[in-house]
Design a protein around this ligand. Structure first.
Ligand code: CP
Length: 319
């Protein structure tokens, strides 16, 4: 095991999925290529696959979720994986059991995939260091740090529309500072060859320090000029402490994606949003539901990408 990067095994294969950092282009394209094959399966609802029928997945989501929880569950079931939706509110964590004791308890019952969402950055790394060869940990979003399966489904969606990443201009708009989605996308895009990444937002939502290779804009009109991809983000109110939130109308005027601002991008630009959306704050409804929006396609791709993640991780588990 490479101790510098717990998510890669000694053969260079994906052992856990914790973050995009440390993964190569071939790790990412392997998952995207396998996901492509599952897209047809998801569209046509062929008879259930049973390629992973000996595996069990546990959803351990310590933060709210709609898309990630449901798509990990569907992805697992479509591969024949048994799924346990761990109910935190009725679990022994409420009696003081530690997270690690809970993990070891589930491991003793031979559960194999732990899909974990938590408010604490890097907690998934700690868990991955403390599980046995039968378990793979999948980060379903940790704090402001990483959301790798979201980045992979975002990359798949971009690839479906734009084919190559080499000459793309990608703008990420809104609350970059508190967004694990933005952090994972900003890492994944250059790995796949994208050289023009712009982040756009007010000072208090931009990163505190410069990110190498990423251009920062306070003026949305300048940042959106000629871009191919616009990724909108909601303000992560639950993570913002000690700062007063902006006036909603003022924020919408400056950083909301309106039809007028969308015209600054290329005519065939796609509009993305990881969800959940706050309509009328970061995005106008006419755009969210309009012809350039690929937001629901992102959701559909999420199931195929998560099927691919299970399939790839299963190869490195020793049951
Ligand atoms: N994009 C995303 O993580 O959505 P959920 O919070 O609904 O899972």
């Amino acid at each position: 095991m490479n101790t510098n990067n717990i998510q890669i095994d000694s053969q260079g294969k994906l052992r856990h999925l914790l973050k995009i950092d440390g993964l190569s282009r071939s790790h990412l394209t392997q998952i995207l290529d396998i996901a492509d094959q599952y897209i047809a399966y998801n569209q046509h609802k062929y008879s259930a696959l049973d390629s992973l029928k000996n595996y069990t997945s546990v959803n351990l989501l310590f933060e709210n979720s709609t898309r990630t929880r449901v798509s990990f569950e569907l992805a697992a079931k479509r591969l024949g994986v048994e799924v346990i939706n761990f109910d935190l509110s009725t679990s022994s964590i409420q009696k003081g059991e530690t997270m690690l004791d809970t993990i070891h308890t589930l491991q003793a019952m031979h559960c194999n995939f732990f899909v974990i969402r938590h408010s604490e950055n890097n907690i998934v790394e700690f868990i991955a260091q403390n599980v046995n060869h039968e378990v793979a940990v999948i980060n379903a979003g940790d704090g402001t740090h990483a959301h790798p399966s979201q980045a992979l489904l975002d990359m798949l969606t971009i690839r479906q529309h734009k084919k190559s990443f080499e000459h793309l201009k990608v703008a990420i708009v809104g609350d970059i500072r508190h967004s694990r989605v933005a952090h994972s996308a900003i890492t994944a895009l250059p790995i796949l060859g994208c050289k023009d990444i712009r982040i756009i937002g007010p000072d208090f939502l931009l990163p505190e320090s410069k990110i190498t290779g990423v251009e920062m804009f306070r003026d949305m009109k300048k940042g959106l000029e000629d871009v191919d991809v616009i990724m909108m983000l909601r303000i992560q109110k639950e993570r913002i402490k000690n700062t007063s939130l902006p006036d909603i109308q003022e924020y919408y005027e400056n950083y909301g994606l309106t039809p007028k601002k969308l015209k600054l991008a290329k005519p065939d630009a796609i509009v993305m949003h990881p969800g959940p959306m706050n309509r009328g704050i970061e995005i106008d409804s006419s755009i969210a539901d309009g012809p350039q929006s690929v937001i629901l396609q992102q959701v559909s791709n999420g199931v195929a990408v998560r099927m691919a993640i299970f399939s790839v991780l299963a190869e490195t588990l020793a049951l």
